[in-house]
Structures are given as structure tokens and as C-alpha cells.
Design a protein around this ligand. Structure first.
Ligand SMILES: [Zn+2]
Length: 285
């Protein structure tokens, strides 16, 4: 796994995601006056690693960090970063709730049992932090409802709340000058439901908002950045599965048959999983 800082565009750098402990991409948008960081990382160590890399390339003018959503892997590095923190009002609400949690193995296992914590997140927190679990939840310094704009000097960022199945507070960041759209985890299915799910209406609404931004590079937190062509392929697939789920409802066999005949090949594992999430989303909860 490549753990070094990479340059995405003229003024944007990022530290690639690391599936080992579910670390998301961390990015820096560098204006003439200041640098904005996107996501705080999953631990003190992760935050320190990223800021250290920025210092090495003399990009140390970072003053603020924006959180794409509240999940641990994006927010636990906030305390270590010690920057002006921008987040959606629901992100703050979720972090306030999380600040009361105990992070011992017993407490984590207990929350998993009660359905308050996801098994995968619990495993990854244990792996990232080891036994010495020094976790301090820090609340944002400012919050927004719909959007937040920030001028970094010669480069402007628009932070827009989009919500969606993955997390109700998901926000995306558009950098018009660089034609880059940071999507966080907003396109992923829910993780705090009994089964991971996508709801047809939520996905359609989300894609409609995302398509309004004229980007060339799309940054999804747990995978390498995508160019426009690959991203369009991805959203066309989601739209097609929306349509076919609406048509076939929970008839899994017919849904998979028509999808694979339209794609002209058997489904990949990822496609199978997406179909499964859409069928899960049909149930009323
Ligand atoms: Zn997430």
C-alpha cells in the first residue's frame, strides 16, 4: 500500500486511503492564503502522518479542516489536527453523541451487540488504536445547514450538504478552479442499519445533486480518485440498478438476469453487493 503524499492537481495533494485500518483519503486544497484540509483522519497517528507529509513539501499553511461526515475514520484525527473545524450541523450532533462513548473492547462489543456500532468499524478501531486507546472527540468550531463557502486565495471551495443512505450529514466539497469534487463516503450504502442498504429515491436524489457539479476528478474516500469517464460509468451503473430494482422489486433472480444481460457479462462481486443493498432498501423500516 502506498502511504506517501500524492499530487492530484496543481493545487491539491492527498494521502491515499489505507484499507489496513480503513483509513480514508485525506486531502489538502492549497490556496494563495491558506490550505484547507478535507477530513481529519481515523486517529492521532493518521492526522500526524498527513500533516507531517504536508510540512515536508512546505505546504504547512493549513488553518482549517472540513469533515465530510461524522464517522470515526474521518473524525478521530480532529483533536490532533487542532485546526478550525467546519462541519454540517448533523455531524456535530453525531459527534456530541459519540463523545459520551467509552472505547474499551467491552464497550465496543456491547455497542455492536446492541446494534449501535458496526462490527467492521469496531474491528478497525481496535486495529488502528491497539491497546492504548486514547480517543478524544473534538466538536466542530462552526457548522452549516445547506452549504459553506471558503475562499483560500485564488481558489474557492463550496461545501454542500447532500445526506444520503450512508450518513444523513454527508457533505461534498467542490473546487471549481481545479474541477475536483470530494464525495467522502456519500455514495456508499448505509452501515448502521441491520443490513447495508440503498434506497432508490435517496440514490436518485443524491446523483441529481452530484451531477450539477462540473468536475473532472472525483475523490471517493476509500478508493483511488476517479476520472470523469470512470465516474460516469459508476453512476450509470447505480442508475441502472435503481431502475431495475424498481421494475423487479425483490425478485433477485430477474433483477440479476436483466442487469447482466444489459451489461452483456456476468456481474462482478461489487455489482452483486450493490444489488443486494438495493433489495435490502426495499423493506420499510
Ligand atoms: Zn463513512
Amino acid at each position: 500500500m502506498d502511504k506517501n503524499l500524492k499530487q492530484l492537481t496543481n493545487r491539491i495533494y492527498y494521502l491515499p486511503h489505507d484499507p489496513g485500518t480503513d483509513r480514508p483519503i485525506l486531502s489538502a486544497i492549497c490556496g494563495d492564503d491558506e490550505t484547507l484540509i478535507v477530513d481529519a483522519g481515523n486517529s492521532d497517528k493518521h492526522a500526524k502522518l498527513f500533516l507531517g507529509e504536508l510540512n515536508q513539501i512546505q505546504m504547512a499553511n493549513y488553518q482549517s479542516v472540513v469533515l465530510t461526515h461524522w464517522h470515526w475514520d474521518h473524525s478521530f484525527g480532529t483533536n490532533q489536527m487542532n485546526l478550525f473545524t467546519i462541519a454540517h450541523e448533523n455531524t456535530k450532533m453525531h459527534l456530541e453523541k459519540m463523545a459520551e462513548y467509552d472505547w474499551s473492547n467491552e464497550a465496543l462489543d456491547n455497542r455492536v451487540e446492541k446494534g449501535l456500532e458496526n462490527q467492521f468499524c469496531s474491528d478497525m478501531i481496535k486495529k488502528e488504536f491497539g491497546e492504548d486507546r486514547n480517543i478524544t472527540i473534538t466538536l466542530p468550531n462552526t457548522t452549516f445547514k445547506d452549504k459553506y463557502e471558503i475562499d483560500l486565495g485564488g481558489i474557492r471551495c463550496e461545501v454542500k450538504h447532500v445526506g444520503g443512505d450512508h450518513s444523513d450529514d454527508s457533505s461534498i466539497i467542490f473546487v471549481e478552479e481545479e474541477k475536483v469534487l470530494f464525495l467522502g463516503d456519500c455514495l456508499y450504502p448505509s452501515i448502521y442499519t441491520q443490513q447495508p442498504q440503498y434506497k432508490i429515491d435517496n440514490v436518485r436524489r443524491l446523483l441529481e445533486i452530484i451531477e450539477m457539479f462540473d468536475a473532472e476528478i472525483y475523490v471517493i474516500s476509500h478508493e483511488p480518485p476517479l476520472n470523469k469517464e470512470d465516474f460516469i460509468g459508476y453512476i450509470m451503473l447505480l442508475k441502472l440498478i435503481c431502475d431495475l430494482t424498481q421494475k423487479h422489486q425483490s425478485n433477485h433472480l430477474n433483477l440479476v438476469d436483466e442487469l447482466s444481460s444489459q451489461l452483456n457479462r456476468p456481474l462482478s462481486q461489487l455489482e452483486e453487493e450493490i444489488v443486494y443493498c438495493f433489495i435490502n432498501g426495499l423493506t420499510v423500516d
